[in-house]
Design a protein. Structure first.
Length: 247
């Protein structure tokens, strides 16, 4: 039986010690650049910068790739489908647009993964209240949502093992495997909705629905290194747009 274990970066790593809101801001900057950029050069430069930043996360690149291989597969699939299904130009299939779309999706996903994988959920909720000035109800809801991600991963594995125990298998047919995966997603969604309903009721019963202001037990500071992280994201995005030919 495979067990899902959450990613645990080295707490001494630079990005692991950064302010959670600063990391989310840096990821949002890069995502915005990837949305407005055109051509394959811009997302390729951003993706290269993200890969170069992996040693600063306290996680091994191999570990991140093993956990995010569905994102790699999805980006590759979207890029190939965009080449195959898009109207062909006079010079043949447009491989540049397909590569640009695949790299763009991969860069958006990887920037979000790096920001969340290096952030402790409790620190994220505290920082959202102190630096982003979100209401405590919303910040605690984000904390609860992040905490349930490993549970959903475990349930995905349990659903798969339960189906194999009943002899339900797609065999070597990609279409059958896709149909079974859709059924697993539906079962996971139903379980997530039920769990969210129970969790919301439990949180309301414990007073999270009150409008009374809450104190912060773990202050989160914004250090000069956090501003440097934001400036580095801006510099990487500007360089990607410059060399990529702009939006």
């Amino acid at each position: 039986m495979r067990r899902f274990t959450p990613l645990r970066p080295d707490p001494r790593a630079l990005l692991a010690r950064a302010n959670p809101v600063a990391k989310l801001g840096a990821a949002a900057i890069l995502m915005g650049i990837l949305f407005i950029g055109s051509g394959p050069v811009t997302p390729a430069i951003v993706l290269a910068g993200l890969v170069a930043a992996v040693p600063l996360t306290g996680l091994a690149l191999r570990t991140i790739l093993l956990r995010t291989w569905p994102l790699l597969l999805a980006a590759l699939t979207v890029g190939v489908l965009n080449v195959v299904l898009a109207p062909a130009s006079g010079d043949g299939p447009d491989f540049a647009n397909g590569a640009a779309l695949g790299l763009r999706l991969l860069g958006i996903a990887l920037s979000g993964v790096i920001a969340l994988a290096t952030t402790e959920p409790t620190e994220l909720a505290d920082s959202l209240q102190q630096q982003a000035h979100l209401p405590p109800r919303l910040a605690v809801g984000v904390l609860a949502a992040v905490r349930t991600l490993p549970i959903m991963a475990i349930e995905w594995q349990l659903i798969g093992m339960a189906r194999r125990a009943r002899g339900v298998s797609g065999g070597r047919s990609p279409l059958a495997a896709a149909r079974l995966s859709f059924g697993k997603l539906l079962a996971l969604l139903v379980g997530a909705v039920r769990r969210a309903t129970r969790l919301a009721l439990a949180m309301d019963a414990r007073g999270f629905d009150t409008a009374t202001s809450r104190t912060i037990a773990r202050p989160q500071a914004v250090r000069p290194a956090d501003w440097g992280l934001l400036l580095a994201a801006v510099a990487l995005g500007a360089a990607a747009l410059w060399f990529g030919g702009g939006a």
